[in-house]
Design a binder for this molecule. Structure first.
Ligand code: PEP
Ligand code: CO
Length: 458
């Protein structure tokens, strides 16, 4: 494609942006709310609620992502496939925070790089579905689209899209964030006290001694530095933690999009880091239109069917100024396909020369169903995709800047394999996800250690 062709596509999709201009584009994955008046009233209410994040946090994340683009930081993005209202509860939130903190400790120590910590939580309530309806025993109902839209139970009542759920999702996001902020401000993430983050696995895991060794050498280093300088090291108890979710339900996202004093432009203040899912990544679609206009850093999921040309055109639209830290591509190809589908994209972007941050989602291309009907992912495929990603980037002269994972701090059995070698039979024991299978805390730690091993080799 020539530059002129690219320019003309760009100008046709770059008319005047407003938080509502997406409404003029095809909007996939939108629920049909039966009560239009209630929808309008709810969106107006949402629009008046205080923001969940601030513009300066959003801009400082963008700065950190710009550094990750240059190889000066590594990004760890992780959390549930979908949060649900019932899981907005203290131990689930703190366990998820613990596992992310432990993983980031492993990464900081092993990679000798600061880590950008991004939770896939405090707003991850909307899910794309392959079909708008679901049929069971001859009864057809709207599909479950996440707790922000409707309920998972298979009943007509539960499945009606209910606008009031947007207020509930916003409140739960605020509560989640409030708790995480309070934990971190109170010293929960203090590097002098990694024992605060211990989960039960530490007592019996095959990885325990490796992790404990790391923790004690960090402790020794901190004590050494403090002895040397004669005072307590600053900043060991302070970390940044950011939030992200898929910007899928556009009426909600538009309602939390705001202008702020002394800053030009618009910010999505419902999360720091919104992303566009693979199913809604069409260049002329509503989701791309909405996200091109907000000043947040944004990410786009890149699946196996995307072509190099399309990716460059998406860069034109989503980051026309080639702004550092603005745009990430999260590739999610699957262990069986990445070697063939990723290199042409890496090549095109490298030759183009503009900035992008590459992240690897090693989950969504590796989902499969077992004979007894569970949706699962094999640990070896997740790891295999990640390891290949490092090699493919090295061969292409590009850089893998981080990872995107679905994980939980709970002791679930949803993905098979790992140090404990979970099998299809184990899935019956503790399968709790209503959507995609997550790494449990032990498998998550193993992945963090494997990333260190792989990256230090390549
Ligand atoms: C997800 O992240 O849960 C998801 C649905 O991913 P993708 O858009 O990459 O399929
Ligand atoms: Co998912």
């Amino acid at each position: 494609m020539t530059q002129t062709e690219r320019d003309s596509i760009h100008s046709s999709v770059s008319g005047k942006w407003t938080p509502q201009s997406w409404r003029t584009r095809p909007a996939l994955q939108m629920p049909a709310f039966p009560d239009a008046a209630l929808l309008e009233k709810t969106l107006a209410e949402l629009h008046e609620l205080p923001p969940l994040v601030t513009s300066w946090e959003v801009l400082s994340l963008k700065q950190q992502l710009a550094e990750a683009q240059e190889g000066k930081r590594f990004v760890l993005q992780g959390g549930d496939c979908a949060e649900n209202f019932a899981d907005c509860e203290s131990s689930i939130i703190s366990n998820r925070l613990k596992v992310l903190l432990q993983m980031s400790l492993v990464l900081v120590y092993g990679l000798k790089l600061p880590v950008v910590r991004v939770g896939r939580f405090a707003g991850q309530y909307a899910k794309p579905r392959s079909s708008a309806t679901e049929t069971r025993d001859g009864v057809t109902l709207p599909s479950y689209r996440g707790d922000v839209v409707n309920g998972p139970e298979f009943s007509a009542d539960a499945r009606v899209p209910d606008p009031m759920r947007m207020i509930a999702a916003h409140s739960r996001s605020a509560m989640t964030m409030n708790f995480v902020r309070a934990l971190i401000d109170g010293g929960f993430a203090d590097l002098r006290h990694p024992e605060y983050w211990n989960l039960r696995w530490v007592d019996y895991s095959a990885r325990a001694s490796e992790y404990q060794q790391m923790v004690s050498s960090i402790g020794a280093a901190v004590r050494f530095m403090e002895a040397l300088s004669g005072s307590a090291l600053h900043n060991l108890n302070r970390i940044d933690f950011y939030t992200s979710h898929e910007a899928l339900l556009l009426p909600y996202e538009a309602a939390v999009t705001r202008q702020v004093p002394r800053q030009p432009g618009w910010f999505n203040l419902g999360t720091h880091y919104p992303w566009i899912g693979m199913r809604t990544a069409a260049i002329d679609g509503a989701h791309v239109e909405y996200l091109r206009g907000v000043r947040n850093p944004i990410a786009l999921k890149v699946g196996p069917s995307i072509k190099p040309d399309e990716l460059l055109r998406l860069m034109d639209v989503l980051n026309p100024e080639d702004e550092p830290g603005r745009l990430a591509f999260i590739h999610r190809m699957g262990a069986a396909h990445i070697a063939e589908t990723l290199p042409p994209l890496l090549d095109a972007v490298r030759r183009d020369g503009r900035r992008v941050l590459w992240l690897c989602d090693a989950m969504h291309g590796n989902t499969e169903s077992t004979q007894n009907g569970f949706k699962t992912r094999r640990f070896s495929n997740i790891l295999g995709e990640l390891e290949q990603a490092f090699d493919l980037h090295a061969a292409a002269g590009t850089r893998l800047g981080g990872v995107h994972l679905e994980l939980t701090g709970e002791d679930v059995t949803e993905c098979t394999g790992g140090a404990r070698d979970l099998t299809d039979v184990d899935l019956e024991r503790a399968y709790r996800s209503t959507v995609d299978p997550r790494l449990n805390y032990e498998q998550s730690l193993e992945i963090a250690m494997a990333i260190v091993r792989k990256r230090n080799q390549s």
